[in-house]
Design a protein around this ligand. Structure first.
Ligand code: CAP
Ligand code: MG
Length: 411
């Protein structure tokens, strides 16, 4: 009944102009013209049946499937379908009900493009790569970061001590883990106060600028409150787990951080729930583009070699989503993280060059001689690669690196 309606959403001769284009992979027992029409319908003006009244003005808003290539389709959406600068509404439309339709067996939102007229309503990063480099006063090498391990359990004093050891060993940026926020044994305020003291000591002793990515992830108003505290202490960064917090909250934090002059580190825990199944869900490319539009300054992109899923091709794609010129958005600093240790640094620098934040948690604190030596080993591995020296040769005169290679090897 009324299903011929769906093919009205398909026009292979259509040429989008100044429109948003979304790319999907569709699995369905229906012919692709009908299944793709259903996707275009439900994500724009349609419902499950023909409506008796559809004025031309509304017909104009119908999304159009303008390309079909096997299971892959491209759908054009008029920008008027979307509210300016509203990421949740964008997702409610093009990544909403369509994932649950009975007629569609699998749907993968692979990519999207937005025209400049729509992009201009989003803030993008406030600092971006250059801004973060200026904060850190490091311009010619990858930045290094470390997450204290165990992930949670330290009290504020113990935590600050691990931070201090890592910083004096050569780490640039201390980063909270995603499941560390403000638990009873390490309340946010106390941790911030202790770590800021430790940072001052480390900066005075090393003469280097040190950063702290403190995890403010919580209810949105609490995040704003925490961001204010962070700024009061003179720290330059906050971290937000952007998918568990939600894009609305990220946009709220972005606005607040503009006021306070803070840069945002974006962690992406939970992405595997919708990025891993290649036949269904949302790709990391889409999520990374949205993060850049929302305005984070650092974004995790994976390693291609470490403990997390994701091959090199995907990591290179995400690296480019972060760094390549895209509308009015400053480049985002890609963060390579997950199972990294000094032996993997040549692979990472080959993939990224110098514009990357290299994060190693276990690969610093699991060093046989402790966090400080682990930090030294990581910096030594980076220096070796930048000087064009093989790690094993460099290790002959750098015992910390030698111990790290002994412990973890080169894979
Ligand atoms: C890395 C990490 C990050 C992962 C997340 C962790 O620690 O802190 O959360 O990098 O994955 O807890 O696993 P290690 P991704 O350095 O000890 O592995 O960056 O791919 O989002
Ligand atoms: Mg983590």
């Amino acid at each position: 009944m009324g299903f011929e309606w769906y093919t009205d959403f398909v026009d292979l001769s259509y040429k989008p102009e100044d429109e948003i284009v979304c790319y999907f992979k569709v699995k369905s027992d229906l012919p692709i013209e009908e299944s793709s029409g259903r996707v275009a319908s439900e994500s724009s003006v349609g419902t499950w049946t023909t409506l008796s009244r559809l004025p031309d003005r509304i017909k104009w808003l119908m999304a159009k499937v303008f390309r079909i290539d096997g299971e892959r389709i491209a759908v054009a959406y008029k920008t008027d379908l979307f509210e300016e600068g509203n990421i949740p509404q964008f997702l409610s439309s093009v990544a909403g009900n369509i994932f649950g339709m009975r007629a569609i067996k699998g749907l993968r939102f692979e990519d999207f493009e937005v025209p400049a007229s729509f992009a201009k309503h989003f803030k993008g990063p406030n600092f971006g790569i250059d801004g973060v480099r200026n904060i850190m006063r490091v311009h010619d090498r990858p930045l290094t970061a470390t997450v204290p391990k165990p992930k949670v359990g330290f009290d504020a004093d113990e935590y600050a001590e691990v931070g201090y050891r890592s910083w004096v060993g050569g780490i640039d940026i201390l980063k909270d883990d995603e499941n560390l926020t403000s638990q009873p044994f390490i309340r946010f305020e106390k941790r911030l106060a202790k770590v800021m003291k430790a940072r001052e000591r480390a900066e005075n002793e090393t003469g280097e600028k040190k950063g702290y990515l403190i995890n403010i992830t919580a209810e949105a108003r609490e995040m704003e409150r925490r961001a204010e505290l962070v700024a009061d202490y003179g720290n330059e960064f906050v971290m937000v787990d952007i998918l568990t917090a939600g894009f609305s909250a990220v946009q709220t934090v972005r606005n607040k951080c503009e006021e306070l002059g803070l840069a945002i580190h974006a962690h992406r825990a939970m992405h595997g729930a919708f990025t891993r199944n290649e036949e269904h869900g949302i790709s990391l490319k889409v999520l990374t583009k949205l993060a850049r539009m929302a305005g984070v300054d650092h974004m995790h992109v994976g390693t291609g070699v470490g403990k997390m899923a994701g091959d090199k091709a995907e990591v290179m794609e995400l690296r480019d989503v972060c760094r390549k010129s895209w509308h009015n958005f400053k480049p985002v600093f890609p963060v390579s993280s997950g199972g990294l240790h000094p032996g993997l640094i040549p692979d990472i620098i080959e993939l990224f060059g110098v514009d990357v934040i290299i994060q190693a948690g276990g690969g610093v604190h699991g060093h046989p001689d402790g966090s400080e030596k682990g930090a030294m080993a990581l910096r030594q591995a980076i220096s070796a690669v930048l000087e064009g020296v093989d790690l094993e040769d460099y290790a002959k005169s750098h015992s910390e690196l030698a111990r790290a290679l002994e412990r973890w090897g080169r894979v």
